[in-house]
Design a protein around this ligand. Structure first.
Ligand SMILES: [Zn+2]
Length: 265
């Protein structure tokens, strides 16, 4: 059983970095509206068409030391970073949730979050396709809970609206300046997949990370005041997936101890 887990863990990592290299393709081509299935991968400087051995996730970039095989111009470190991140998060997800539908749904969600975060960071826009995809994942979760007659299915329906509806009100009240439409859809779709408790936690974590990190970046590098929320909300969602239950029960325990000391036990 132990060796089987190691074997499966390695498989999840290898499959994760492979999907990671597909995410790189999405990250570059979706904002440019290029066909991301038919166009062959090529060097951005000299146009050299990459062969299969140039496309091995992580290893190609490492063996070429980040340079094009033909013209030696630099290849962005973003390629191996996205691949490694996706591989590591798939491995962690497998270790936490074992072989289950939850693992598959969360792996697919996490990959979408990585890609949409990089795109949002660069373009201030979350392509709607990612939110539709996450909504499909959430629907699979809902149907699965419903069929298995877990009484928990309303948790996911409430998750769909618990963060997204208040955000939608802010969106209309501020005419889209307070929050982006893509962020509203993301928190709705992710809420359907995670349930209301985790998505509310994810939203608070995302706002906390966003305000702390963005203020620091504005101070240090004179970053603009425009804030892409996607990466922070995504980080909040991933933390909620991995540690949400523990964070919530620790918080409730803390509240309990406060009330207990107040009442005088
Ligand atoms: Zn080149």
């Amino acid at each position: 059983m132990f060796y089987f887990r190691i074997y499966m863990g390695i498989l999840f990592f290898l499959f994760g970095i492979t999907v990671g290299s597909f995410l790189n393709v999405l990250i570059y081509r979706i904002p440019k509206k290029e066909d991301f299935v038919k166009t062959r991968s090529h060097c951005m400087s000299c146009g050299y068409q990459l062969e299969w051995y140039d496309l091995v996730p992580l290893f190609s970039w490492l063996t070429l030391r980040g340079k094009c095989r033909k013209c030696r111009s630099k290849i962005s470190a973003q390629y191996p970073l996205v691949e490694a991140l996706n591989g590591i998060l798939w491995l962690v997800t497998y270790l936490l949730f074992d072989q289950s539908i939850t693992t598959l749904l969360y792996c697919a969600l996490i990959s979408s979050l990585i890609a949409l975060s990089v795109i949002d960071f660069r373009t201030y826009e979350i392509p709607v396709g990612f939110n539709v995809f996450i909504l499909v994942l959430g629907t699979i979760r809902l149907v699965y809970e419903f069929i298995l007659d877990h009484n928990s299915w309303p948790e996911y329906v409430i998750g769909l609206v618990s963060v997204s509806v208040p955000l939608l009100l802010i969106y209309y009240a501020t005419k889209g300046r307070g929050i982006g439409g893509g962020d509203v859809k993301l928190m709705g779709a992710a809420g359907l997949l995670l349930g209301w408790k985790l998505v509310i936690l994810a939203f608070f974590l995302g706002c906390l990370l966003g305000s702390v990190i963005h203020v620091a970046r504005m101070k240090i590098s004179g970053e603009s005041h425009v804030l892409a929320m996607g990466p922070y909300l995504s980080a909040g969602l991933i933390i909620a997936i991995y540690a949400g239950e523990q964070i919530i029960s620790a918080y409730l325990g803390y509240l309990n101890s406060l009330t207990a000391s107040y009442i005088g036990f």
